[in-house]
Design a binder for this molecule. Structure first.
Ligand code: PHB
Length: 405
């Protein structure tokens, strides 16, 4: 009897073990690996306070909309968003990016708007290898000497829109000399350089360069200087709340109708409501604008307005495209972010159906894209023509990007 019990117990135990083994095998074969199951962590480092706060909000909104359209998942993985307000303050940037990379251990960083903050960010992500998508900051060296396989830009380089406006103005016989005015930091300097490259190559002359520290808005003395110099046009780089103030001051100084105001599209994007009509007639160049009559843009604008009760702008488009860029990479590796080479290759070759129109990623990881000429009409930055088709970056930056090769 005792022996029978022992044999019975032995048989039961073996059956149990066999079932357990079969179960484990089934799980290992069919279940996703842990890396694929866990949420992918996206660290958003954006300005939520200060002059660029509306830009940060638009980027986040755009990203969330793009994510939602992909079912809330990228490469099959749910997404957890961790946010840091970078305040557009370069002095706090290193601490802020380290919090995301070292403390929160994010898989991807999305950020940021301000080029000085972006400079500190790439110093860290180049070292850590963390995947980074820059949804705005146009800092030139990022797609030049500082380019890296893990760093992508879904927006523009500051040179691009400046150059497009330079080409446009050089083609206008009446515009022989221009004064530039900008915040004196990387973005302002690079935007003015782009304008100069396009404009002087076509025979234009820069009468004077005026500068203010970021993010100050004491424009009066400089506006008096512009009025006295009487250039054929004023090229200005400002953005966000600071740009709205500049447009109002330029108008109140009586200059809008006498000295045409031009600039990169950041001067008038996302802030027209705040100018109360003071920007009417201002011409700008940018890779996005109002009235792009594609089904994609129409659908995007409708969905954005419905979801956020706001009109989208260029910053919202960059956030939206960032979600699709990351989605393309994650899809190619079925959510396994450790497959770096495949992920990066897929992002390099991603074809994004963007509201701005077709764009491709350059070898230096910066968008090659059409630049539109736009004019403020009412509350719109209406596209009037294409200033430069499929514009790549500053040739000096393209040459300086080695990408580890
Ligand atoms: C930048 O710092 O690179 C920058 C900021 C705001 C813009 C455009 C560029 O609208």
């Amino acid at each position: 009897m005792l022996r029978f019990n022992q044999v019975f117990r032995y048989l039961t135990l073996t059956a149990c073990l066999r079932s357990l083994l079969a179960l484990t095998l089934t799980f290992l074969v069919s279940a996703p690996t842990l890396a694929q199951q866990a949420k992918i962590k996206v660290g958003m480092m954006l300005p939520y306070t200060g002059t660029f706060a509306p830009l940060g909000v638009a980027i986040e909104n755009g990203f969330r909309l793009g994510l939602e359209e992909q079912g809330g998942r990228l490469g099959g993985r749910e997404v957890e968003i961790v946010k840091v307000d970078d305040e557009s303050d370069p002095a706090k940037a290193t601490d802020n990016i380290n919090r995301l990379v070292t403390r929160d251990k994010v898989d991807v960083v999305l950020g940021t708007v301000h080029s000085g903050v972006a400079a500190a960010m790439v110093r860290v992500t180049r070292e850590s290898g963390t995947l980074q998508i820059i949804p705005n900051a146009g800092l030139a060296p990022v797609s030049g000497p500082l380019c890296a396989p893990n760093i992508f830009r879904s927006s523009f380089s500051n040179w691009q829109s400046g150059y497009a406006m330079g080409v446009e103005m050089a083609a206008r016989n009446k515009v022989k000399k221009v004064i530039t005015i900008a915040w004196q930091y990387a973005a302002g300097e690079e935007s003015v350089k782009g304008f100069k490259d396009g404009y002087t190559k076509g025979g234009g002359q820069i009468a004077k360069e005026l500068w203010l520290p970021f993010p100050t808005v004491d424009f009066q003395a400089l506006l008096t200087e512009i009025a006295a110099a009487k250039p054929d046009a004023t090229y200005a780089f400002f953005a966000g709340a600071g740009a709205a103030k500049f447009l109002k001051d330029y108008d109140q100084a009586g200059l809008r109708k006498t000295i045409p105001l031009i600039g990169p599209g950041f001067l008038t994007d996302g802030i027209l409501e705040a100018t109360g009509g003071a920007a009417e007639g201002v011409e700008t160049t940018l890779h996005y604008g109002d009235g792009i009559e594609t089904p994609k843009n129409k659908a995007f604008r409708l969905a954005y307005a419905k979801t956020f009760k706001l009109q989208p702008d260029t910053y919202a488009v960059a956030g939206y495209d960032s979600a699709y860029l990351l989605g393309a990479g994650m899809k190619a590796v079925a959510g396994d972010i450790s497959k770096r080479k495949e992920l990066i290759a897929a992002m390099e070759h991603a074809s994004i159906d963007s509201p701005r129109g077709k764009w491709t990623m350059s070898r230096a990881h910066n968008p090659i894209q059409d630049h539109y000429l736009r004019k403020v009409i009412g509350m719109e930055n209406r596209v009037t023509s294409v200033a430069v088709r499929q514009l790549d970056d500053d040739p000096a930056m393209i040459a300086a990007c080695k990408m580890g090769r």
